[in-house]
Design a protein around this ligand. Sequence first.
Ligand code: PAF
Length: 279
Amino acid sequence: MLHLSSLSDIRRHTEQLRRQGQRIGFVPTMGALHEGHLSLIRAAKSQNDIIVCSVFVNPTQFNNQEDYRLYPRLPEKDAQMLAQEGCDVLFSPLAEEMYQHKSKLSFDFGELEQVMEGAHRPGHFNGVAMVVSKLFHLVKPHQAFFGQKDLQQFAIIQQLVLDLSFDLELVCFPIIREEDGLAMSSRNRRLTTEQREAAPQLHQALQLLRTQLQTLSVSEAKREAEAFLGRFPQIKLEYLEVVHAQTLQPLHEIAADVPVAICLAAFLGEVRLIDNLLL
Ligand code: PAF
């Protein structure tokens, strides 16, 4: 596996790959890789000639500096896992080079970012859109792979690709879960034993909400699921939403022809986790 860090090296390398007619599959990550990331690498490999994975803990998408400081960083282990999975190029730039020039551009995704993650993490999607645009320019992928756990991020990136005419295909890959249902996340490493024991209740709450929606109104079903989570003192729910799966706007009732997603964010101590189900 080739390991590149400088912007000029990755740019030159992917230009050359494109000239040779190679199809590039790209998996952007912030490292501390787990099975969820590896499933994206495998999916990318099955449809492309060359796999590029970026590992970059992007400072501009953290609205909480402590969360940025404590974000797990395991560069050697990541490199080893990627090499074992057959990744061809690991790109891990330095923040100083990625943000050599202070950006003046800012993104506004309108109502898409006024709910859920966008509403609770001001500036987060601006940072995501900026870094993903930079990475797309540098890597020039034919396909880019993202996880469904960050459902709103995927919707934002779809909009970004449309608005800026990036010539690539986006692939959203299903959430990979631990055996007890907890959605895999790099942040899970930061949970204490007690928090880790409580964390699968987030998935339980989503499943309960899905069941309740079959017979109750949206507001009643939400109240039941919130009351369920209220029984676990380790969990502090930030939001629990029933939304249109594409526009991500809140739904007040469920109609047969409308795609629905149920999404939540919660704190376990200082660790903030998100999860969702598509109905
Ligand atoms: O989903 C992530 O890991 C990050 O938000 C991404 C897409 C790599 C941008 O930093």
